[in-house]
Design a protein around this ligand. Structure first.
Ligand SMILES: [Fe+2]
Ligand SMILES: [Fe+2]
Length: 288
């Protein structure tokens, strides 16, 4: 994997471009109910990046200028992802509630609050804790990129597909930062490797599971990753984590996805991924 260059990243950093998107076409095609729910879940996760950053910015990581520089630009890019998704939903005739951010934040579980406190405390004890945060971040970024890539391939709305493609590119750059940070902190440090494996095995849950709620995650997994073929980007994300020193064992992404999807289907019945094919065919025929 190409080395990560923080200077290059900061030069390229910025909000995902949306001003050149064909919003008129987006309005004519819209998104399906299934896509709306998936996008809201993704948007909630993006908008809450600042809350995750509070947990990352603790202890020894605050003394590392590369980490603090990265996080400054990263949190803005993620905020813009949330705003871009909100705009797309509004243009598709499915605007989000005005108080959505506040309501979703209030919905944070006690487990999350306790974990954040423990994580912050542990971050002061040992600089090795950064390796865990960085691995965690790499997993989340790789998951976000995989989810965007999968939805991009499956949606009938080309404007949404273009936006997802742009966001997935930024997620891959974020991934690169976390991955290289994790690697350099684990490759010559047996204790860091043990700490990371322990932390991920015992505490990791899929990105957004706190803000999005378990049922929304099951909904996303059941609709986006129903079989081995649709899971290919997720498997690639998982393999990239297995390339980290000491992480060869990591299969939690696909395992968690299969499990939450199965739970969802057991409760709600089969999941059918619906896209606005008819609206897209009509709008694109008119557009010539
Ligand atoms: Fe993002
Ligand atoms: Fe990201």
């Amino acid at each position: 994997m190409a080395e990560f260059n923080i200077h290059r990243f900061l030069e390229l950093a910025g909000g995902v471009r949306i001003d050149d998107l064909d919003w008129a076409l987006c309005r004519r095609i819209g998104v399906s109910d299934v896509e709306e729910r998936i996008l809201k879940y993704m948007g909630d996760t993006e908008s809450h990046t600042i809350i995750y950053m509070r947990d990352l910015l603790a202890g020894h990581s605050t003394r590392d200028p590369e980490i603090t520089s990265f996080l400054s630009a990263w949190v803005y890019e993620e905020l813009c992802h949330g705003r871009a998704i909100s705009r797309l939903l509004a243009e598709s005739g499915r605007p989000e509630e005005a108080d959505r951010y506040t309501r979703v934040t209030e919905g944070s579980s006690l487990r999350e609050i306790v974990e954040a406190a423990l994580s912050q405390g542990a971050a002061y004890l040992t600089p090795r804790f950064i390796a865990l945060h960085m691995t965690w971040g790499a997993i989340n970024e790789a998951t976000a990129a995989a989810a965007y890539q999968t939805l991009e391939r499956r949606t009938a709305n080309p404007v949404l597909a273009k936006l997802l493609n742009r966001m997935a590119r930024q997620e891959r750059r974020h991934f690169s930062f976390y991955w290289h940070q994790a690697k350099k902190r684990m490759e010559n440090d047996r204790i860091a490797r043990a700490l990371v494996s322990f932390g991920i095995k015992h505490f990791w849950t899929p990105v957004g599971s706190g803000v999005g709620g378990g049922d929304n995650m099951g909904f996303l997994a059941a609709h986006l990753f129903p079989d081995e073929e649709t899971m290919v980007p997720l498997k690639q994300a998982e393999r990239s984590i297995q390339d980290l020193p000491g992480m060869e064992w990591f299969t939690m992404l696909t395992t968690a996805s299969r499990q939450v999807a199965a739970n969802y289907i057991a409760i709600h019945g089969p999941a059918r991924f619906v896209t606005n094919d008819a609206q897209a065919a009509e709008a694109l025929a008119v557009a010539g």
